[in-house]
Design a protein around this ligand. Sequence first.
Ligand code: FCB
Length: 474
Amino acid sequence: MTVEALPTPVRAGFPADFVWGAATAAYQIEGAAALDGRTASIWDTFSRTPGAVRNGDTGDIAADQYHRYREDVALMAELGLGAYRFSLSWPRVRPGGRGPANRAGLDFYDRLVDELLAHGIAPVATLYHWDLPQELEDRGGWTDRDTAHRFAEYAAIAAEALGDRIGTWTTLNEPWCSAFLGYGSGVHAPGRTDPVAALTAHHHLLLAHGLGTAALRSALPAGAEVSLTLNLAAVRPLSDAPADLDAARRIDGLANRIFLDPVFHGRYPADVLADTRELTDWSFVRDGDLAEISRPIDSLGINYYTPTVVGADDPAAPAPRQDGHAGALSPWPADRGVRFLPAEGSRTAMGWPVDADGLYELLTRLRDDLPGVPLLVTENGAAYEDYTDPSGAVHDPERVAYLHGHLAAVRRAVTDGAPVRGYFLWSLLDNFEWAYGYSKRFGIVHVDFASQRRTPKDSARWYARVIRAGDLPG
Ligand code: FCB
């Protein structure tokens, strides 16, 4: 073997400065929906729409973190978390989405951030985790270009108030869900079902990301980082047959490249424009938008739960769409000719197949496609049918196995050169799981919603040991 042929030595495992975190989102945990000046978001309205959310659950009280943040931060400190990813509620910070900031709302985040810092936990703030002020939806929501400008103003308000203490800011969480589940299949707020509205909303969300990035940069101190979190899909073709490969290309376009190309290369993918041409001419994209959208960011956040297996539609064997998203209508604009199949493997309580290789595939793809862009796993976790046993304990071995497998995939990706800087487990607490209400528990801390009692599950203790060791056991 010549010297050149020797493999480059790599340092295996998680780097010493790897960020170990957990994540939540405002509407899913805060409660206090009508307190201290907060107005309604689209989720307050949607959750009151008959049939929209299981059991008619709402986020009115949720896990009541608004009042229990001290207890929650103490729990985080016990677990040894290095960072906490949470979101700010737009209608709490700027009720109605326009007009003056709400001091009482900002005060809550002041208290939370100070509490985190006092415990040595880095706050990582997301500006938009799906709770658009209802008044903005009434004016067209994300189909109205103006909403992107209102978002940038809100970003500036938040950064001015909290930028001295929050080092990492994420503009949007999973804009795919906001656009395609919110305006396409209608299973998320605001519940609209129009593929053209979904594509229009998609563009305006990206515009909001770009304008918001600019607003954050001008209000934040030097060194603060700006990021975007995407639920990219690990797309797998059913076979190597050309029709299956083309179905995979189409869905890779609508799940991944429709975000990555504009944000990192300042253009929409030609094949996605062609695939959707029957719906829209994309005239909602104006001159200068793509330059705005492609402003440099400091890292990319990835949320990953399960892979996406697609093949060419088989009219002889029609099958239900199994893309992990509920609802009769497809969220995918222009997915004609595509069928979604389940991956192999055991399933979580969401029915999502467990497949950690998908996370490895995504992280190493991004290593190759976006050289030099630091990555964060901003969500990963699983719902299972947890219960408190008579001794008061919650044993959740499936969740531990899920987390172990996925963290091993992250470690393997890091070893293979993917620049992954941190991992945020979804979720710290059981919470309001959107259209599933409180029926799905993703927390490593169990919440009894009647008493608001918190009980760390076995997975919480397991994660604490991983954090302490800086590595997986075994
Ligand atoms: C993601 C959301 C998060 C949570 C998990 C299970 O799509 O960002 O709020 O609901 O799924």
